[in-house]
Ligand binder design. Structure first.
Ligand code: NAD
Length: 244
């Protein structure tokens, strides 16, 4: 039988890129996957990809930057075995030019959405004595860049949540980890991060950017019983970028 047979997973921001690859991979491994994001047509495309791969998927529309949506999402999906907090935005700006609106939006989506969706779904995991939460942060949480201060800080915050939640929920058998991607060739990263993306990709010791499927492989492993003693870790999947 497949690793995630009979399990239910929720992946945020699964309408494209890394989240979509994670949703498809979890479904291939047998999970029933709830795909969430803001855009229904793209969510339905992810569900179609899941079905083509022989899996089961459902789309629920939600903006994780909106707390009412987060609560409705948690109610609609109900208890899950695996929660993947992947939704994230990365607008870049030099600090003196940073707008308050973009600052708030980055923290609302990347941090507050992650926080309150986890707050809504962790209690059922704790009650069952098992469950896995994976935060898709970034090596940006461990590095600096000249124009990404808010994004970098938000990803460091996600890793901070990972460590506290590993401590808070670990005693109830619930594991919480971050998977921190390096530069991964998604449409959004290439178009929105452009120059910065290529600068980072060019210094990766393995000599290339990563693919969304390589993050999905790691998330699936971290969420599996094979990773049963991994808790509170930040697992870099970056071709060695942070060693440079
Ligand atoms: P992406 O834009 O394709 O994926 C982000 C997803 O989140 C999209 O589907 C988007 O629609 C969704 N999203 C954004 N705001 C949302 C909101 N308010 N509510 C619900 N969904 C929302 O980009 P990606 O490259 O696949 O990035 C996925 C995650 O990986 C992000 O958290 C990103 O920070 C992280 N990451 C990406 C890279 C990279 O190089 N691609 C590197 C490190 C970390």
């Amino acid at each position: 039988t497949k690793k995630f047979h009979g399990k239910k997973a929720l992946v945020t921001g699964a309408t494209s890129g890394i989240g979509r690859a994670i949703a498809v991979k979890l479904a291939q491994e047998g999970a029933t996957v709830y795909v969430t994001g803001r855009r229904a047509e793209l969510g339905k495309e992810t569900v179609e990809l899941i079905e083509q791969a022989g899996g089961t998927g459902h789309f629920v529309v939600a903006d994780v930057g909106d707390l009412d949506d987060v609560r409705k999402l948690a109610q609609e999906v109900g208890d899950v075995d695996v929660l993947v907090n992947n939704a994230g935005i990365f607008p870049f700006s030099p600090t003196p030019e940073q707008s308050v609106e973009d600052y708030d939006r980055v923290f609302d989506v990347n941090v507050r959405g992650t926080y309150f969706l986890t707050a809504a779904l962790a209690p059922a995991m704790v009650a069952k004595g098992k469950g896995v939460i994976v935060n898709v942060s970034s090596v940006a949480g461990q590095l600096g860049s000249p124009v990404g201060s808010v994004y970098h800080a938000s990803k460091a915050a996600m890793d901070g949540l990972t460590r506290s939640w590993a401590s808070e929920f670990g005693g109830s058998g619930v594991r919480v980890n971050s998977v921190a991607p390096g530069p991964i060739r998604t449409d959004a990263a290439v178009t929105q991060a452009g120059e910065i993306f290529e600068q980072f990709a060019n210094v990766v010791p393995l000599g290339r950017a990563g693919e969304p499927e390589e993050i999905a492989e790691t998330v699936v492993f971290v969420a599996s019983d094979g990773a049963g003693f991994i808790n509170g870790a930040v697992i870099n999947v970056d071709g060695g970028l942070v060693t440079v």
